[in-house]
Design a binder for this molecule. Structure first.
Ligand code: ATP
Length: 232
């Protein structure tokens, strides 16, 4: 479903170069649940941005369902995201002026689907927010906002869901519930899930744990992480 072929990426800040990935190869199969962990600042978010076609690699390629992202222009990448990708962020990123229902319906509205609100309502029901349809994000708790964000990410039945520390802004109990919800929905729909997390009990429930460090990805186990990256 996703292949990374000799993927390299760096950021240039003035004369300083920050290497994020060095010649990384990876194959994620359809339906797999993959957790990515690693010290702070090693590039986990950047890797998700590459998978979403929101960053371009310096060299190598990201291949999504047999299609290389290199050859796609901005509009084609936006179409690909609209049709096949759902993204969940640590800080929810809901539109504050839209209700829970309208936030969740957004991907389908953008795609011009006439059943957008109906499907969004069913999805919000599924994430346990059937009684909060008309609430605005500011009237919802953190856990509830993340449920809306998950409904929005899944409402158009994407092939791939990317989640960047989806439980990172939530207290322990709420975070565990949200993690559970994401994994259960994923199992139900057989969607491919790639998530970044520092929570090793959450990571341990995925099919694979990958650790990113020093520009390399390695298969790992869910032992506690050690320390943060040293500044360059
Ligand atoms: N647009 C950018 N320009 C320059 N440097 C950047 C840019 N975005 C990120 N970086 C740097 O690249 C490195 C990787 O950032 P990234 O956010 O991908 O790390 P991360 O592993 O997700 O970190 P964390 O666990 O703390 O969220 C960091 O050192 C960051 O400062």
């Amino acid at each position: 479903m996703i292949r990374l072929n000799r993927l390299s990426m760096h950021y240039a800040l003035g004369s300083t170069r920050i290497d994020i990935l060095r010649d990384v190869d990876l194959h994620i199969r359809a339906g797999e649940r993959v957790a990515i962990a690693g010290p702070s600042g090693t590039g986990k978010t950047s890797l998700l941005l590459l998978l979403a076609g929101l960053e371009r690699p310096a060299s190598g390629s990201v291949v999504f369902d047999g299609r290389s992202l290199d050859g796609l222009d901005r509009d084609q990448l936006a179409d690909l995201r609209r049709d096949h990708l759902g993204i969940v962020f640590q800080s929810f990123h809901l539109v504050p002026s839209l209700t829970a229902l309208d936030n969740a319906a957004l991907p389908l509205e953008i795609a011009g689907r006439r059943d957008a609100r109906e499907r969004a309502r069913a999805m919000l029901d599924k994430v346990g927010l059937g009684a909060r349809l008309d609430h605005y994000p500011g009237q919802l708790s953190g856990g509830e906002q993340q449920r809306v964000a998950i409904a929005r990410a899944l409402v158009h039945e994407p092939k791939l869901v990317l989640a960047d520390e989806p439980t990172g802004n939530l207290d322990g109990r709420t975070g565990a519930d949200i993690g559970e919800l994401l994994l259960n929905l994923n199992a139900e729909t057989s969607t491919t899930l790639v998530l970044v997390t520092h929570d090793m009990s959450f990571a341990a429930r995925c099919d694979r744990l990958l650790r990113l460090s020093g520009g390399r990805l390695s298969e790992g186990n869910a032992a506690p992480e050690t320390g943060d990256a040293q500044p360059a």
